[in-house]
Design a protein around this ligand. Structure first.
Ligand code: FE2
Length: 334
């Protein structure tokens, strides 16, 4: 079976082709991502304007989709289905993805499958890390959640054990990078500056049960701009925010008794966060996994892969975009 996947929830337009055997969907030997082509709207000081994102995705769709099919060596007529990210995300972007996916579906007479973007981040990590029953720590611009896969096989769901009470951890870092005028003006700029930090500043640490709050940390950091060294400020915000996340993940490990943990989402690329979460895992005798750089951020491969799993379970056909859908709305039936 060949599935085209289209990612289109926020800043990244992605397309990918996955090949797999429906009789063994989770087998690493028979399921392969044949191509994974992505075009990211560049970060800027003005942030992401939804209309501009939609224009970028529409303008680049032909070249991204053509490259994905070309690199996979697959012609459109060979596709068995098309999957697209139906949410959560930015409305303007989601609708470009729907139109593109629906066009393939109607022109080729193949099924259209809606994939939950958050679920795809976790599923691509489960698949590549070979950790099939993990606690998932999902960290991106819009999302920060600690998730436990629970239930009977065939009807499992990700239960949200903890999450942000306000903004995502990635959003905190992106906003800080933008307001400090770092290069690039996002979480990557913060990481680069933090690597030269020496002094840990006193900043608000806000964990409530297994949830965390990040806006107070951002406000406090902004008040220190101009007085603290930028490198120390970035270092201190990262250390404080990551410690909060580690505390919630550690509590969730103890409660869920999971013996595996995957770190997923765009901010899973941060080496310091990987180091801190892996230390928590080592202390508890838990296997730690993180996908390769390519599959941490938004990408078409995770949508094609999860769409393939859903097709094997005949799940998620013809969904309309939804900005607010959550991962705990989804059934993991594969
Ligand atoms: Fe994402």
């Amino acid at each position: 079976m060949l599935v085209l996947g289209i990612e289109c929830t926020a800043h990244t337009l992605g397309a990918s082709v996955v090949q797999g055997n429906p009789a063994k969907p989770f087998s690493a030997s028979s399921t392969r991502i044949l191509s994974n082509v992505n075009a990211k709207f560049p970060a800027s000081a003005e942030g992401f304007i939804p209309r501009k994102l939609a224009d970028h995705h529409a303008k680049n769709f032909k070249s991204v989709a053509s490259s994905a099919l070309g690199q996979a060596g697959v012609s459109p007529g060979e596709l068995d289905a098309v999957a697209y990210s139906y949410g959560p995300g930015i409305g303007h972007s989601l609708h470009v993805g729907l139109v593109a996916a629906k066009s393939f579906s109607l022109a080729l007479g193949i099924p259209l499958v809606g994939v939950n973007h958050a679920l795809a981040h976790v599923e691509v990590a489960r698949f590549f890390c070979g950790l099939h029953d993990p606690l998932a720590v999902y960290v991106s611009g819009g999302n920060t959640q600690v998730l436990s896969l629970e239930g009977a096989r065939g009807s499992r769901r990700y239960r949200v054990l903890g999450e942000t009470l306000d903004i995502g951890l990635g959003n905190l870092l992106d906003l800080l990078g933008r307001r400090m005028g770092l290069e690039p003006p996002d979480a990557v700029g913060v990481l680069k500056a933090a690597q030269k930090g020496r002094t840990l500043l006193d900043l608000p640490y806000s964990v409530k049960g297994m949830n965390a709050s990040y806006t107070g940390l951002l406000t406090a950091a902004e008040k220190l701009r101009g007085t603290a060294r930028p490198e120390d400020l970035c270092f201190s915000v990262q250390e404080t925010a990551f410690s909060m996340l580690c505390e919630t993940a550690e509590k969730a490990l103890v409660i869920s008794k999971k013996k595996q943990l995957v770190l997923v989402g765009g901010n899973a690329r941060n080496q310091r966060l990987q180091q801190m979460v892996s230390l928590v895992c080592a202390e508890h005798g838990v296997k730690f996994g993180v996908p390769s750089f390519e599959y941490c951020g938004d990408n078409g491969g995770m949508i094609a892969l999860t769409g393939f799993f859903q097709l094997c379970s005949r799940f998620g056909f013809g969904r309309e975009p939804s900005q607010r859908v959550r991962i705990d709305d989804e059934t993991v039936s594969w």
